[in-house]
Write a protein that binds this ligand. Structure first.
Ligand code: NAD
Ligand code: DAU
Length: 351
């Protein structure tokens, strides 16, 4: 059977890389990108695939049952890869309810449709839910998150993602819907909206604006190139164990301040600026409330079971990412005009 895969959130950062990979790699599948085009969704991310015959875009909201039913009826969807979400921790601190609606209720809405539409034979279909390592909480100096680490979410964002993960598992146990959940570490790469650390700082370095480092800057994240995440999603979708979960990470921990200094160094070189010039933009600002100290993924299971591992080093991935932003200034200009200015003012000015 030729698959008709609904990818939700396909106009966002990670979703657009997943859509591109599936459209190009699987010409026999039909890829239906469903996205509400919130501030984070941008069809410019997919210009290179929009005319492909196996690609469709539907503007729809996962909170609207009738819109989802229409898409299922029109395309006879066989599988779902669910990425649509509110994804920024700082926004979740300002507006937690938006995260409850989209991340929890939106996911349950999709699960309900899948449960109803696939009831004839669940074994032929897969509901693959894309989640985050933040559901596991915060680590001390040592240790890693594994697939059996207990959930301990600490921000409204991670609480909403944890809740959605639980619902996905519950639909597997209760209704035998075939589901998989993967929990990934911090992604970076092209098409990343400049509210997150890496693209925000690249943008600010270009503009010679302050680089707002939260707290003492010693918070640690495990960084993975977005195209490697998309490759992992492909492997898990095709070869993962239904009912299972997979952790995806880069084995690539960086303290924020070290990452920022590396970014400054690479950008000074690429922009022909004096060595050390961009570092002078570093400004320590008020910390994020409830800021998780350290995330680190143990990605042994996916490596052993599915043979996946990251394909690029951090320096290579970061260098490619900077090059992408420097050659796509128009993309950056488009997404940082209008509503973005208001967001930036309220989040950073007088922080
Ligand atoms: P993003 O914010 O860039 O994109 C989210 C997309 O979802 C946007 O295109 C947006 O328009 C769409 N969307 C939002 N609400 C919607 C709704 N109600 N109906 C339909 N579409 C809607 O997010 P991202 O960084 O690409 O993250 C994608 C997924 O991966 C999320 O589920 C996130 O939790 C997860 N994740 C992200 C990271 C990361 O580092 N960015 C790491 C691990 C997991
Ligand atoms: O771990 C996976 C998660 O990674 C995803 O689930 C989230 O969707 C994604 O946004 C990301 O969450 P983080 O909170 O880790 O990412 P962010 O880029 O917002 O911040 C990375 C680190 O940098 C974090 O310790 C906070 C810090 N930071 C962030 C911003 C935006 C700053 O110091 N200054 C900033 O301006």
């Amino acid at each position: 059977m030729s698959k008709k895969i609904l990818i939700t959130g396909g106009a966002g950062f990670i979703g657009s890389h997943v859509v591109r990979l599936f459209v190009n790699q699987y010409p026999d599948y039909t890829i239906i990108n469903l996205d509400a085009l919130t501030y984070a969704g941008n069809l410019e991310n997919l210009k290179d695939v929009e005319s492909k015959s196996n690609y469709r875009f539907v503007k729809a909201d996962i909170l609207k049952t009738e819109e989802l039913e229409r898409v299922f009826a029109e395309y006879a969807i066989t599988d779902i890869i669910h990425l649509a979400a509110e994804s920024h921790v700082d926004r979740s601190i300002v507006s937690p309810l938006d995260f409850v609606y989209t991340n929890i209720i939106g996911t349950v809405n999709l699960l309900n449709i899948a449960r109803k539409q696939w009831a004839l034979d669940y074994s032929k279909h897969l509901f693959y839910h894309i989640s985050t390592d933040e559901v596991f909480g915060s680590l001390g100096e040592t240790g890693f998150f594994t697939e059996t680490t207990a959930y301990d979410p600490r921000s409204p964002y991670s609480a909403s993602k944890a809740s959605s993960d639980h619902f996905v598992r519950a639909y597997h146990e209760t209704y035998r819907l075939q589901t998989i959940v993967s929990n990934c570490s911090n992604n970076y790469g092209p098409n990343h909206f400049p509210e997150k650390l890496v693209p925000l700082f690249i943008h600010n370095i270009i503009e010679k604006k302050p680089l707002p480092v939260y707290g003492d800057g010693l918070y640690t994240r495990d960084w993975l190139y977005v195209k490697d995440h998309a490759r992992a999603i492909d492997q898990i979708f095709h070869k993962g164990q239904p009912g299972g979960t997979y952790n995806i990470g880069g084995f690539n921990e960086w303290r924020n301040i070290d990452l920022v200094k590396l970014l400054c160094k690479l950008m000074d070189e690429k922009l022909g600026r004096q060595s050390g010039e961009s570092e002078e933009l570093i400004t320590y600002v008020k910390d994020r409330p409830g800021h998780d100290r350290r995330y680190a993924i143990d990605a042994t299971k996916i490596k052993q079971e599915l043979g996946w591992e990251p394909s690029v080093t951090f320096e290579e991935g970061l260098s490619e990412t900077i090059d992408w932003y420097l050659t796509n200034k128009e993309w950056l200009q488009h997404v940082t005009s209008g509503a973005y200015q208001h967001y930036y003012q309220s989040m950073y000015v007088n922080r």
